[in-house]
Design a protein around this ligand. Structure first.
Ligand code: NAD
Ligand code: UGA
Length: 463
């Protein structure tokens, strides 16, 4: 099947950037990204690309390049499904917050709604691509729904998980380590795989396009995230031991990372990993393992989450104990709220949990993040339901100027590794703080020597 028309359901952090890159690299294909969220679609269509809803370095330019030519953002979901030969499902798959599997299993209700809508609208054969991260064997459920339309339309289901990381989405999409496509072993399945391979082959070298069966593809995505998160929890576990023993976790990471079998990436000790996916995908893996009775497998992976929760809590406890066991009515400034640098995404950010702990201790929190607005900070805290929303609003303020945020504070906590934090005038910040002035660096971002010579009490992770 020659693909000339693609639809993507879900205009989020994955759907938006992925489709913008496909559109740029495949000018002969019309790409329409649809979403139920009209506000989001309006922002994707904002004339000023600085206002698109996903902040990613380089993304604005790519959207500008193709938007209105072969890249469209729309709320007309039915129309886009009807026109397309290839439909990506890129909707959210959060952890279930109700019913059986609550707090563990992936909530597939948005996926199912998409499948039902595709079944209802389609008048000719289609390839449906799972772009969202899904539990292994979800394709079976999607196929079941699609095969019961009764109008003779044939569907092929492919799994094509996305491996981009936020903050580097454009780079990752332009030059992926690999593209993974899983499909049926039948001749029709193989033809569908080939059609999708041909789309990616417009810019991805053939030897980086991997094809497998559907189940391997689905499970590889969960496995990749579990391994990545496990590395962070492993180094964070060592960070606590470093603090007790006089070792320095940065030196340890460097020493082990030079072993080519271990590798140097993803060994940065931190206040804990965040983001919408690591925790959700591991919980999902744990749930699946348990549902097959594989309790040792489940416990093994669950430990990655337990360690991460411990790391976040340990950071807030350290702030309280260092500040003479009370932070009540003290101003603590958070530099960074996003879950990592170069993104405006705050989902599961460590900052949220550290703030929640400190608010429980009645601290006043001042937040500065170059890409996160106050309403998002408050929404993140309210989502935890730890206290009434007006209490969060009373104790948390945000600032558009970092120096104002730090003024008169007792301590600064670095929660996100934004590059600009390194270049601030730290002497000026010090002069305007209460003394003794503390910095708790949750990202090992700043220069210890420089800060201590200014007069700061500086504490990093794992040293
Ligand atoms: P997101 O929440 O940013 O975007 C999902 C979008 O889907 C939302 O805008 C929502 O309104 C829309 N949507 C939901 N149901 C819909 C429906 N029935 N019709 C039309 N639109 C609908 O989510 P995301 O971060 O883009 O993640 C999407 C999927 O990709 C998840 O499964 C996630 O695990 C996976 N993933 C995410 C990342 C990442 O970096 N964020 C990376 C790889 C994989
Ligand atoms: C991660 C994976 O890296 C992507 O491959 C995957 O596609 C994506 O999840 C997903 O499925 O959503 P992302 O969460 O965007 O991407 O960002 P990462 O760079 O993986 O960082 C995740 C968290 O781990 C961040 O909070 C980051 O600060 C933290 N981290 C990462 C560390 O604390 N130390 C490290 O060495 C690396």
């Amino acid at each position: 099947m020659k693909i000339t028309n693609i639809c993507c359901i879900g205009a989020g952090y994955v759907g938006g950037p992925t489709m913008a890159v496909i559109a740029q690299k495949c000018p002969h294909i019309k790409v329409t990204v649809v979403d139920l969220n009209t506000d989001r679609i309006e922002k994707w269509n904002d004339e000023n690309v600085d206002n698109i809803p996903v902040y990613e370095p380089g993304l604005g330019e790519i959207v500008k390049h193709s938007r209105g030519k072969n890249l469209f953002f729309s709320t007309e979901v039915d129309k886009a499904i009807d026109e397309a030969q290839l439909i990506f499902i890129s909707v959210n798959t959060p952890t279930k917050t109700y019913g059986s599997g609550k707090g563990m299993a992936a909530d597939l209700k948005y996926i199912e709604l998409c499948a039902r809508q595709i079944a209802r609208v389609s008048k000719d054969d289609k390839i449906v691509v799972e772009k969202s991260t899904l539990p292994v064997r979800t394709a079976e459920a999607i196929k079941n729904i699609l095969d019961h339309t009764g109008n003779g339309v044939q569907f092929q289901i492919l799994s094509n998980p996305e491996f981009l990381a936020e903050g580097t989405a454009v780079e990752d999409l332009l030059a992926p380590d690999r593209v993974l496509i899983g499909g049926d072993t039948t001749p029709e399945g193989q033809k569908a795989i080939q059609a999708l391979v041909d789309v990616y082959a417009n810019w991805v070298p053939k030897d980086r396009i991997l094809t497998t069966n559907v189940w391997s593809s689905e499970l590889s995505k969960l496995t990749a995230n579990a391994f990545l998160a496990q590395r962070v929890s492993s180094i964070n576990a060592m960070s606590e031991l470093c603090e007790k023993t006089g070792a320095d976790v940065t030196e340890v990471a460097r020493a082990i990372g030079m072993d080519s079998r271990i590798g140097s990436k993803f060994l940065k000790s931190s206040v804990g990993f965040g983001g919408s996916c690591f925790q959700k995908d591991i919980l999902n893996l744990v749930y699946i393992s348990k549902s097959f009775g594989l309790h040792e497998v489940a416990d093994y992976w669950e430990q990655v989450i337990i360690m991460n929760d411990h790391q976040k809590r340990r950071f807030s406890k350290k702030i309280v104990s260092t500040l003479y066991n009370t932070v009540a009515d003290k101003k603590i400034t958070f530099l960074g709220w996003a879950f990592k640098k170069d993104t405006n995404d705050t989902r599961e950010s460590a900052a949220i949990y550290v703030a929640d702990d400190l608010i429980n201790e009645q601290a006043n929190i001042a937040v500065f993040d170059p890409k996160v607005a106050y309403n998002q900070v408050i929404a993140d805290l309210n989502y935890l339901e730890s206290r009434a929303p007006h209490k969060n609003e009373a104790l948390v303020k945000s600032f558009s100027d970092p120096y104002e945020a730090c003024k008169d504070s007792h301590a600064i906590a670095i929660l996100t590794e934004w590059d600009e934090f390194k270049d601030y005038d730290w002497k000026k910040i010090y002069d305007n703080m209460l003394k003794p002035a503390f910095v708790f660096d949750g990202r090992n971002l700043l220069d210890r020597e420089k800060l201590t010579s200014i007069g700061f009490h500086y504490q990093a992770i794992g040293s």
